[in-house]
Design a protein around this ligand. Structure first.
Ligand code: UDP
Ligand code: MN
Length: 488
């Protein structure tokens, strides 16, 4: 099983090189799926797919493992071709060695070279343009498809060509390649910083599927690396934003666009593909990681998020200085496709979003007596919320008082579970309970509904944290909410 040519990848990890001869893992072991999926029958007549894999300086073994798993675990009549797009890698073995190697494979493998480092977005656009299959399936260059991965994806697209489908992404350890099945109980979301995050599938989606775990999950966003899309639909819906560089933001951009412009995005729970999750990015970001990601995210926010972009800008105020180039072409696309507003998306597709669709205030929460502001001090989960001089720079001093009566910053809500406090930041749970507050716009009080006590200034013992006291009308219990409006 283990080859003679181990090599180091650029993170310094030793990787084992798997070639065809070494491919002896039993198929049975790779039926990683919900038992009921095994008896599902798919039509014989399915659209075929091109598999597009982009890479920059990928390790040999992981790249070849991806290619071999596609070849070994897909019915060949469904594979139009495999397209490898080399995003200007510098490693020698990815040049002629790779080219010669793939000539002998059972499925046509085309290699396309980017002239210069372009990033995964433009590399995928190039691969898509060269593809011939009815469907395009994008994979990262360090994946492992499991037996039966492809049919469920293609069958869903055959049912509805405007459905963009993702497999369940299984976890391959970047320490030892241990393989762990991904969950069908999580789906894609994002936070105020526009980071993609996995969240539990909410009850409403479970109910819609009537408990049948073989049915696809409608997901607000996708992780981005692994998905299939009808090739013509990919074009119609605007492919990718070619103004985005290197990595980042493109997955949310595509997710918002698909939903807002009349398509749907699903996780097909009977399809599993493994992905090596890496702790650190093994390649450079020309121009700086932060700059690149902020630029991409600004393009995403400016084109798709309408007024809700404020949540992104206020929690990361430095971002507004980043030049994001010209987005007029993308705005015209949105116009032409007659896409719905972001508020529609939040209401109908992602009601459990971290960004509230309806809210009273967004900004600092200032105490009238001390003139200081609530501040999460960069600490969050399960830690006390702090008080600090108001700096007006957003970030840690941004809170939103929502129509659901939470006081939240990103994923975290002000929570009080005992009489007289403390006031902590806890993951918002939407179960009401200890996370509900009543703001009285005349008395300026923030009353915690469960305990019926009011948020108060810090005590002498600890000047850095607010307290909870019986409501008494004192100035120390008065708070000004920034950008307060009386209707949500
Ligand atoms: N990639 C690329 N050019 C880049 C950055 C990334 O071709 O400038 C490729 C990378 O090799 C991988 C895919 O894009 O196949 C996704 O990147 P990565 O796996 O680093 O993203 P992650 O899985 O960490 O989100
Ligand atoms: Mn990856």
């Amino acid at each position: 099983m283990v080859s003679e040519t181990d090599q180091k990848d650029i993170t310094g990890t030793t990787l084992l090189t798997l070639g065809a001869r070494h491919w002896c893992i039993s198929h049975k072991q790779f039926w990683i799926t919900e038992p009921k999926c095994k008896t599902k029958v798919y039509p014989d007549e399915l659209p075929n797919t091109s598999v597009v894999i982009v890479f920059h300086n990928e390790a040999w073994s992981t790249l070849l493992r991806t290619v071999y798993s596609v070849i070994n675990r897909s019915p060949h009549y469904l594979l139009s071709e495999i397209i490898l797009v080399d995003d200007a890698s510098e490693r020698d073995f990815l040049k002629m060695t790779l080219e010669n190697y793939v000539k002998n494979l059972e499925v046509p493998v085309k290699i396309i070279r980017m002239e210069q480092r372009s990033g995964l977005i433009r590399a995928r656009l190039r691969g898509a343009a060269a593809s011939k299959g009815q469907v395009i399936t994008f994979l990262d260059a360090h994946c492992e498809c499991t037996l039966g991965w492809l049919e469920p994806l293609l069958a869903r697209i055959k049912e509805n060509r405007k459905t963009v489908v993702c497999p369940i992404i299984d976890l391959i350890s970047d320490d030892n390649f241990e393989y762990t099945a991904g969950s069908d109980m999580t789906y894609g979301g994002f936070n105020w910083k526009l980071n993609f995050r996995w969240y539990p599938v909410p009850q409403r989606e479970m109910d819609r599927r009537k408990g049948d775990r073989t049915l696809p999950v409608r997901t607000p966003t996708m992780a981005g690396g692994l998905f299939s899309i009808d090739r013509n639909y990919f074009e119609e819906i605007g492919a990718y934003d070619a103004g985005m560089d290197i990595w980042g933001g493109e997955n949310l951009e595509m997710s918002f666009r698909i939903w807002q412009c009349g398509g749907s995005l699903e996780i097909v729970t009977c399809s599993h593909v493994g992905h090596v999750f890496r702790k650190a990015t093994p390649y450079t970001f020309p121009g700086g990681t932060g700059h690149v990601i902020n630029k991409n995210n600004r393009r995403l926010a400016e084109v798709w998020m309408d007024e809700f972009k404020d949540f992104f800008y206020i929690i990361s105020p430095g971002v507004v200085k980043v030049d994001y180039g010209d987005v007029s072409v993308r705005k015209a696309l949105r116009e032409n496709l007659k896409c719905k507003p972001f508020s529609w998306y939040l209401e109908n597709i992602y009601p459990d979003s971290q960004i509230p669709r309806r809210y009273y205030s967004l900004g600092e929460i200032r105490n009238v007596e001390t003139n200081q502001c609530l501040d999460n001090m960069g600490r969050k989960d399960n830690e006390k919320v702090g008080m600090f001089n108001c700096h007006g720079m957003g970030g840690n001093q941004v809170f939103s008082y929502t129509a659901e009566k939470e006081i939240r910053t990103d994923d975290f809500c002000l929570d009080v579970s005992r009489l007289s406090g403390p006031v902590i930041m806890l993951k918002c749970h939407h179960m009401r309970g200890n996370q509900l507050w009543e703001y009285d716009a005349e008395k300026l009080t923030l009353r915690h509904i469960n305990s019926n006590q009011c948020l108060d200034e810090p005590s002498e013992d600890d000047k850095m944290v607010p307290t909870m006291k019986d409501c008494n009308g004192s100035r120390s219990q008065q708070w000004l909410l920034r950008n307060m409006t009386l209707s949500a």
